[in-house]
Ligand binder design. Sequence first.
Ligand SMILES: Nc1nc2c(c(=O)[nH]1)N[C@H]1C(S)=C(S)[C@@H](COP(=O)(O)O)O[C@H]1N2
Ligand SMILES: [Mo]
Length: 237
Amino acid sequence: MRTPRHPSAVDSAPPAGLPPGQRLRRDFPRFGVPFPPRPQAPAVAELAVTGAVEHELRLPLTELFDALPRVTRTADFHCVATWSATGLQWSGVSFRQFWEQVVVPRCGPTGAVAVIAHGDDGVTAVLDMRDALADDVLLADRLDGRPLDDDHGAPLRLVSPAQYGYKNIKHLVALEATRTFPRPGRVLGEHPRARVALEERDPYLNARTYRLIGRALTPLIAWLNRRDSRRSTRSPS
Ligand SMILES: Nc1nc2c(c(=O)[nH]1)N[C@H]1C(S)=C(S)[C@@H](COP(=O)(O)O)O[C@H]1N2
Ligand SMILES: [Mo]
């Protein structure tokens, strides 16, 4: 959305300054790559756990939020194309608590080294378990005190603030556990870790080159997303 954001009272102070190569944006634009159409809301919102597990799980989101305590965290968001939005207030459940208290008991020990997060639009990201189990990773259903909207990934998205935006899969419908590290799925290159602090933007391109390309393309990508956002009409849920 284009509306300026005014961060509300925060539960933790935002970090001083932005990570290397990032520039502040006052808004939090919808930013899909490659501009996938927004998926239709499913009749029953569920999260599936599949892949390297003894028992697969399809968990209605209502059960997910009944099973685990709600947590709220303020975090900055860093897109690999160099824009950052600061002071976003996410609310949801902790990914680690979900994994330890729901997935392991119900799906069996997984031995997973990574999970592939699947968005309902077909967009995926590979998360190394070391990153996925970090303290600040959430399965979020609310942003800035409101339910997530379609632009930002309703009904559920992954939020991993220490990793570039492309690991923060929107419209999350499945987590696929893998025992070996899979080949990342993104056309434009997906770094296996994508840690913002280390500027792990891309597995092949160096950070400097990537910054230049990202900065050049950001206005176009943001415009295409806005156009698609305006065109998408959804029946109210
Ligand atoms: N399902 C899905 N998740 C996605 C994307 C996408 O296109 N589809 N784009 C990623 C990228 S590149 C970024 S920067 C962020 C943008 O999140 P926002 O649209 O909420 O700003 O979502 C990430 N997660
Ligand atoms: Mo991004």
